[in-house]
Design a protein around this ligand. Sequence first.
Ligand code: HEM
Ligand SMILES: CC(C)=CCC/C(C)=C/CC/C(C)=C/COP(=O)(O)OP(=O)(O)O
Length: 319
Amino acid sequence: MSESMAAPATTRRPRFNSAQVGTTARDWLALLKPRVISLVVFTGAAGMAMAPGHINPFVAVVSIFCICLASGAAGAINMWYDRDIDAIMQRTITRPIPAGRIPADEALAYGIGLSTLSVCLMWIATNALAAGILAFSIFFYSVIYTMWLKRSTPQNIVIGGAAGAFPPMIGWAAATGHMAVMPVVMFGIVFFWTPPHFWSLSLYACKDYGRAGIPMLPVVRGERHTRWQIFIYTLVLLAVSLIPSFMHLSGWLYTATALVLGLGFVACAVRVLLEPQDDRGTSQKGDKAARISFRFSLAYLFFLFCGLLADHMLRLWMN
Ligand code: HEM
Ligand SMILES: CC(C)=CCC/C(C)=C/CC/C(C)=C/COP(=O)(O)OP(=O)(O)O
């Protein structure tokens, strides 16, 4: 399959509004990709908690709420734009727009409205830097990743992953009004975590992406190549995760956490690499190793940032 692919034709539906189809609150919530938000918000809160000085608790809660709103709003714009391919893929066919429970134009208005609200509220509650990075993250995910990269290159999530890596920087900026090395390192960790996170899933969602014409790595370069890329990126991630230790930004507790989790992730990647497969690299075990690697990726990021926070608190307490 070529790297530059035409977007699939948009599904045509009769015009209707959400009152006519009995849209529920659950549908509006689903548009925000709430489970993804939970981890995005946690990384943003971690960036804020790592920052020096004291942040007013009310401002902290409002800032975290803004990251939550922004991430959800970007997810809604993503679902609006991707409604044609979401209607083709098994994994996404029951989403509110392809299932006909929310009209596409209402989803777009919702996404734009929440985006505007989140950025304005962040600016009022904190500062221009935090609001600016928040606005840029929404733009990066909904326009650069969703509308451009996702349908045009198998490197889509490597570059697009930057969108999801900004929240620790947003949290830090909200607390301090400026940037520093630590939030940039946290950005780097999430950035290099994204490829093994997503490519693990893409190995078992490969047929769906192929059918929808999306040039994800296993569709374009094959599953064997993707297995190697997952392995290489987990090694790079292990190295990047140790930067806080080498730069004396964190202590032994974080170093031990990063080593244990990092080696665990590398072990998952080795299992993905060595899983019994046919000549094309397709698993003969129902993609068990890739499913484990995807689940481990979520636990990895959560516990790594827990380790960073625990280490930070321990050092504050010791001093
Ligand atoms: C461009 C970057 C990313 C891509 C392409 C990506 C892709 C995906 C996909 C396709 C899923 C499956 C969703 C489903 O089952 O419908 C998923 C799940 C998930 N992602 Fe990512 N992801 C990215 C970045 C992130 C980031 C930055 C975070 C958080 C820091 C994150 C957190 C999660 C979580 C928590 C889930 C599990 C959701 C669930 O249990 O349903 N992802 N991701
Ligand atoms: C503050 C802020 C704006 C943060 C943004 C956070 C962010 C970029 C999250 C990305 C999460 C995600 C599920 C991407 C998948 O999109 P996809 O379209 O490839 O996946 P899909 O096929 O499941 O829709």
